[in-house]
Write a protein that binds this ligand. Structure first.
Ligand code: AMP
Length: 214
């Protein structure tokens, strides 16, 4: 199954996509994660992307389209995948449609996790993650047992540069301006399913599964 998962920054897309990855045994393809890794590794692409990312702006379309094109051709993506954080502009959505039409492997489901903006800011400001094992925490809703230390592997938790208030505001503005029209694009084709993303992780996951079954 090929899935697009939409959601504003902080809507829980990444968390739900990794649950789906386990359940459906198809890879989660997160353009944000691929870019963060490239940035940490200091590759030319990572260096070029980092100024956009730190400012809460979108990385140019040709860069992310190139990443996705290459990633969906890998052997582990042949049974399907979950696109997390892509497409984020109309140009990306159109490129994706063209790319998939050519190989005769269209997207099966487009789901949007809906969370009101006031909840998003609260979620993002408390978010922490472990750079070693990728475990996610929230200082208020899912804190680690020792302050800022990962329960699973003992790594030091980090607050993403772009989860700081200045970047968060810009990311939410960018989402509204550029990504909301992409949702409209799929909605106008009658292909968008909306899932209420407020609630406990397991409850949201159940709603998501239901939406994918329909
Ligand atoms: P995310 O982890 O999905 O919130 O992505 C983190 C950052 O990576 C975003 O704020 C953008 O700067 C960049 N990024 C991730 N995916 C895309 C995309 N599809 N198009 C442009 N920029 C992206």
């Amino acid at each position: 199954m090929r899935i697009i998962l939409f959601g504003a920054p902080g809507a829980g897309k990444g968390t739900q996509a990794s649950r789906l990855e386990e359940e459906l045994e198809i890879p989660q393809i997160s353009t944000g994660e691929i870019l963060r890794r490239a940035k940490a590794d200091g590759t030319p692409m990572g260096r070029a992307a980092s100024e956009y990312m730190d400012a809460g702006k979108l990385v140019p379309d040709e860069v992310v389209v190139g990443i996705v094109k290459e990633r969906i051709q890998q052997p582990d993506a042949q049974k399907g995948y979950i696109l997390d954080g892509f497409p984020r502009t109309l140009a990306q959505a159109r490129e994706l449609e063209d790319m998939l039409e050519k190989i005769g492997a269209p997207i099966d489901k487009v789901v949007s996790l809906e969370v009101p903006e006031s909840n998003l800011v609260e979620r993002l400001s408390g978010r922490r993650s472990c750079p070693e094992c990728k475990a996610g925490y929230h200082m208020q809703f899912a804190p680690p047992s020792r302050d800022e230390i990962c329960d699973k592997c003992g790594g030091s938790l980090v607050h993403r540069d772009d989860d700081r208030p200045e970047s968060v505001r810009e990311r939410l503005r960018t989402f509204e301006a550029q990504t909301a029209p992409v949702k409209d694009f799929y909605e106008s084709k009658g292909r968008l399913a909306r899932v209420d993303g407020v609630g406990k992780m397991e409850e949201v996951f159940e709603l998501l599964r239901e939406a994918l079954r329909k």
